[in-house]
Design a protein around this ligand. Structure first.
Ligand code: KIV
Length: 275
């Protein structure tokens, strides 16, 4: 009999059931090694399309492709065993029609074996979310600031700054909830609005720059670790790894340049023959 305890991976219904329960802890990850670390402490790992900016140095998430998402989604699945892995649908892979969205989402679920997808947009995406949810695709929605819309909104500014703008964001959150999303990311909205929405809808809200009034929080891993060169103002840094990594690389480069780095003798247990 195996003494190994079986670890059950969290599912979209498990996360849905966390409404008004323990806060949902979520971070992004794009590769197996960080996924292994994040998996120990998080309920949700998002393979965000932010990988375009973080891994590839792009200015926006718009150029990210479905193939990029699938490749990194697969890596994160291999590195994790407990958290629900959610893979972002990139710009252009789901907006044209509900059929296009289903074809793209089906590829993501089949090729990565992740547990859910995320897509951006509120009321305008409700019909698509219903179509996907009714066909076996768990959908995490994303309202408030939706970075894939950068070319129409003009900047990554906080949303709902005036109370007059709140109704549209509230309406978006209600629409995705009624359409069958199992949770919704609310990005860059003021605390009173996040609190209001969280109290109004029956699915968990996961905030990013939206306060602790939400049912959980998500951050981009590299942002909170102090590895990203540009970080949104709302991000709290929990680490400052950039300087530590640079110091290690600098030390390594100096040792190689001065031929002062250790040889393999201690590993192979033999001394190099003297010429
Ligand atoms: O792409 C991403 O990382 C995201 C989070 C910022 C929510 O969508």
């Amino acid at each position: 009999m195996s003494t190994q305890q079986e670890i059950r991976r969290l599912t979209a219904p498990d996360i849905r059931a966390r409404k008004n329960g323990d806060p949902i802890v979520a971070l992004t990850s794009y590769h197996a090694h960080t996924a292994r670390l994040v998996d120990k402490y998080c309920d949700v790992i998002l393979v965000g399309d932010s990988l375009g900016m973080v891994m590839h140095g792009l200015e926006t998430t718009v150029p990210v492709t479905l193939e990029m998402m699938i490749l990194q989604g697969h890596a994160v699945m291999r590195g994790s065993q407990h958290a629900l892995v959610v893979v972002d649908m990139p710009f252009g892979s789901y907006e044209a029609s509900k059929e296009q969205a289903f074809a793209s989402a089906a590829r993501v679920l089949k090729e990565t074996t992740c547990g859910a997808i995320k897509l951006e947009g509120g009321a305008r995406m409700a019909e698509t979310i219903r179509f996907l949810a009714e066909r076996g695709v768990p959908v995490m929605a994303h309202v408030g600031l939706t970075p894939q819309a950068i070319n129409t909104i003009g900047s990554f500014r906080a949303q709902g700054r005036e109370e007059a703008d709140w109704a549209a964001i509230e309406n978006d959150a209600k629409a995705v909830s009624e359409a069958g999303a199992f949770s919704v990311v609310i990005e860059a909205v003021a605390e009173p609005l996040a609190r209001k929405i969280t109290g109004q809808i029956p699915i968990p809200t996961i905030g990013i720059g939206a306060s602790s009034a939400c049912d959980g929080q998500i951050l981009v891993l590299e942002d909170m670790l102090g590895l990203s060169p540009r970080v949104p103002k709302f991000v709290k840094r929990y680490g400052d790894l950039g300087p530590g990594i640079e110091a290690a690389i600098k030390g390594y480069a100096a040792e190689v340049r001065s031929r002062a780095f250790p040889g393999p003798d201690h590993v192979y247990g033999m001394k190099a023959k003297k010429p």
